[in-house]
Design a protein around this ligand. Structure first.
Ligand code: ZN
Length: 143
């Protein structure tokens, strides 16, 4: 999937205005993570069955980019296996590092590619992925 700049902006704005799956689900596994540089705080809720993600939602107090990224991720990882989700996280990170990545698996999240040009904001968009790894009990120093 390739987006024009204009369309990318629209995709991002749509997720900011209408965040998907933004919901507190206390009964699920959860993790709260922070991005002190920007003040973003996010709690991610996740349910899996076998190794498949069957429910994913979040609460966030933060900047527009952190909200957009959480919304995109919540759509992207639904019904994916944990391994598929980790692969998506890897390609998302590669994109932000301006390295080779597979945009075809990133869905709307590929609209955040330009964040690679503003390094201080990278931690805003990687925050939901940091929460994802935290729920898995894995420390991934990239996020
Ligand atoms: Zn932020």
């Amino acid at each position: 999937m390739s987006y024009s700049n204009e369309l990318m902006r629209e995709v991002v704005i749509d997720h900011i205005k209408n965040p998907r799956h933004r919901e507190k689900k206390e009964q699920l596994a959860k993790a709260t993570v922070k991005n002190p540089a920007c003040g973003d705080i996010m709690t991610l809720y996740l349910a899996k069955e076998d190794e498949k993600i069957i429910d994913l939602s979040y609460e966030v107090t933060g900047c527009s980019l952190s909200i957009a990224s959480a919304s995109m991720m919540s759509e992207l990882l639904q019904n994916k296996t944990i391994d598929e989700a980790k692969n998506i996280a890897h390609h998302f990170y590669q994109m932000l590092m301006a390295k080779d990545y597979d945009s075809s698996i990133l869905g709307d999240a590929s609209a955040l590619a330009s964040v690679s040009k503003t390094p201080p904001r990278i931690k805003c968009v990687t925050l939901p992925y940091k929460a994802f790894f935290a729920i898995l009990g894995e420390d991934n120093e990239k996020f």
